[in-house]
Design a protein around this ligand. Sequence first.
Ligand SMILES: [Zn+2]
Length: 222
Amino acid sequence: MKIVRVVDLSHPITAETQVYPGDPVPHIEQHSTIERDGFNLMSISMGSQSGTHVDAPFHFDHDTKRIDELPLPLFVGPATVLDCGQLAPRQAITAELLGAQLNKVQTGDIVLFKTLWSQHYGTDEYFNNPYIDAALVRDLLDRGVLTFGLDAINIDETPDDEHPGVGFPVHHLIANAGGVICENLTNLEAIYFDRPVVSLLPMKFIGIDGAPVRAVAMEVES
Ligand SMILES: [Zn+2]
């Protein structure tokens, strides 16, 4: 096996990283300097789900698994990228919309929804994200998919003043199944090859709801 290409699917983490409304913004400052200490070292603070990250079931349910308790195979493996086409703000992504592409999904796949909403990253429009229809997620869970990712801030519709009661139905469905969600992916359009091997491995924080990831898609030749 040979890895012939690695595509970065992650947003940069800086003070400008666009976070979910109300979440902590990353803060990075110099802790040690070469001049004073002989080496450079930074102090970092950020939300557990700021930037490209994975959610554990504990995000929405006290009694379920935390990020360190999940089996690592959930975060790395072959993926199917589903092309959602041109989407309107707050459009539901349904089985009808995806059509025959869904036949490509294999049991145990990581499924990535290519919404291209990452083009709105850094603007208010990013919060009017399209979202995944609960019936479609139920069907994929039934087919043995436990890892879901997308290039938008939220797999569910994002509440705001005009849409206050939209809830988190897909987060709950995936949490109840012991699955994981990766949000704020980017650059999914650069995966032009079939069956990428995707890595969404979280940092090994203990006992928490989620963690930042350096998400990549690899083209592999056997
Ligand atoms: Zn989430």
